[in-house]
Write a protein that binds this ligand. Structure first.
Ligand SMILES: Cc1cc2nc3c(=O)[nH]c(=O)nc-3n(C[C@H](O)[C@H](O)[C@H](O)COP(=O)(O)OP(=O)(O)OC[C@H]3O[C@@H](n4cnc5c(N)ncnc54)[C@H](O)[C@@H]3O)c2cc1C
Length: 417
């Protein structure tokens, strides 16, 4: 049987970063990943900020598809064009498979180890044992013989994504609602390297559809829906309709499809618990497993890495000092970084789900009359979208005030869902 100070379940961005920081903190660290290759299959549009790239600490830029100059948000009858005001505020389209592999490489360079092709089935403290036992089903017979299917550790970091087994085993419920997403890669007419966002109940109820350019004439075209607010439960039906009927998407899409992906994004329950300490052992959740995502945009790569660093550092410290109470700091620390953003994002997401397309249009019209570029220059930040939204809510525009008041009543009613 193998023994480690820290075992990280899941080799995505959150897990690899947690493992890197745990190993750097001096802990013997193992990543267990169920897939045969880190970074595959990809379930991501790959849109991240310059800040996220810096957070990754990867020096090679081989994972970058292209740099985006801004975004256009299309509502029912209005296009809002937002140019990135400076290099610093630009976003990047990235190849997640290469990005994740680079993150794993960095963790290994600090001394972490990996077992691939191994699916963790349970994480338990047996009787009065002083370690957690992690049981994994490995397809690799040799690994089974070497005892790699039963591993012991003081601390386990659950970085196993949206359907986290570790969270379930620890009894930590971080989410009960999800966004359901689909995406293809295909040929698309790219006039300028801008991401396109499409909002509307018939396009992507409860969320938005996107086109992210990844080359001269190729793009990722996808969407998420929030099923609670959608007349149809399957996001693919909306994607097919957008590709064939949407006045902009259908015109620019050239009908080819090189990749298809379907995935899920967690919507956090407010104040989710992400730590469990039981005597001399402890469990931390990070990334999608902890629902550390931006509810407004669904982005989770930046938050996952950011919280992964904190998780790895704390798990190593707790494990090496033999004091699991240290792990309780984790929640305080990650919440200080992104807690307010998630809390605001949850409210904004709910409002978006219930607001009518006409009301949304009125908002866009009002907003476009305001000096939006000035606001974006000072407050715009794709990792902290609440900064701009809070400012927009402060606009003393009578039509927006009336509209918000009407929707707050709808919001309070919808809160019961
Ligand atoms: C369609 C779509 C588009 C998205 N676009 C963006 C975007 O543009 N920008 C952005 O920032 N975010 C985006 N996201 C969200 C982003 O992909 C996630 O937030 C991010 O991948 C979370 O990282 P993670 O490390 O927490 O989890 P993951 O990347 O999901 O990694 C979890 C890992 O755990 C492994 N695993 C799971 N269960 C087990 C088990 N039992 N045993 C062993 N291993 C296990 C999995 O195989 C996986 O490798 C998108 C999501 C979807 C679905």
């Amino acid at each position: 049987m193998l023994e480690y100070d820290v075992v990280v379940v899941g080799g995505g961005p959150a897990g690899c970063m947690a493992a890197k920081y745990a190993a750097e903190g001096g802990a013997s660290t193992l990543i267990i990943e169920e897939d045969t290759t880190i970074g595959e299959p990809v379930q991501c549009a790959g849109l991240i900020s310059k800040r996220a790239i810096e957070e990754s600490e990867i020096s090679s830029k081989s994972f970058i598809n292209c740099e985006l100059k801004g975004a256009v948000i299309h509502s029912q009858s209005h296009d809002l064009r937002i140019e990135a005001p400076s290099q610093d505020k630009r976003a990047f389209a990235i190849r997640r498979n290469i990005f994740d592999k680079e993150l794993a490489k960095a963790a290994l360079s600090k001394g972490a180890e990996t077992i691939l092709n191994s699916k963790v089935k349970s994480v338990k403290k047996r009787g009065d044992e002083t370690k957690l036992t992690i049981m994994a089903a490995t397809a690799n017979a040799q690994a089974r013989v070497k005892g790699k299917n039963e591993i012991r550790a003081n601390a386990v970091i659950g970085a196993d994504g949206v359907r986290s087994v570790v969270a379930k085993m620890a009894g930590l419920n971080v989410t009960k609602n999800f966004l359901n997403c689909v995406q293809i890669e295909g040929e698309y007419e790219i006039d300028e390297v801008f991401a396109e966002i499409f909002v509307g109940k018939t396009i992507a109820p409860g969320f938005f559809a996107w086109v992210v350019p990844i080359g001269e004439n190729t793009a990722r075209i996808g969407l998420c829906i929030d099923k609670r607010f959608s007349p149809l439960p399957n996001p693919l039906l909306f994607l097919k309709r957008n590709l064939s009927e949407h006045p902009i998407i259908a015109k620019k899409y050239k009908g080819t499809q090189s990749k298809f992906t379907a995935g899920t994004i967690p919507i956090p329950v407010g104040g989710q618990k992400t730590v469990k300490v039981d005597g001399g052992v402890g469990v931390l959740l990070v990334g999608d497993a902890a629902a550390q995502v931006k509810p407004i945009t669904g982005g989770g790569v930046y938050y996952g890495m950011k919280c992964g660093k904190i998780a790895g550092e704390i798990a190593a410290k707790a494990s090496l000092e033999g004091d699991m109470k240290v792990m309780k700091d984790y929640e305080k620390r990650w919440r200080k970084e992104i807690g307010k953003e998630i809390a605001f994002g949850l409210k904004a997401h709910r409002l978006r789900c219930i607001i009518s397309d006409n009301d949304l249009d009125t908002i866009w019209h009002a907003v476009s009359k305001y000096d939006l570029m000035q606001l974006i220059r000072t407050r715009g930040d794709m990792d902290y979208p609440s900064l701009v939204l809070r400012e927009l809510l402060n606009l003393k525009n009578p039509s927006i005030i009336k509209l918000i008041a009407r929707n707050i009543i709808r919001y309070l009613y919808a809160k019961r869902r």
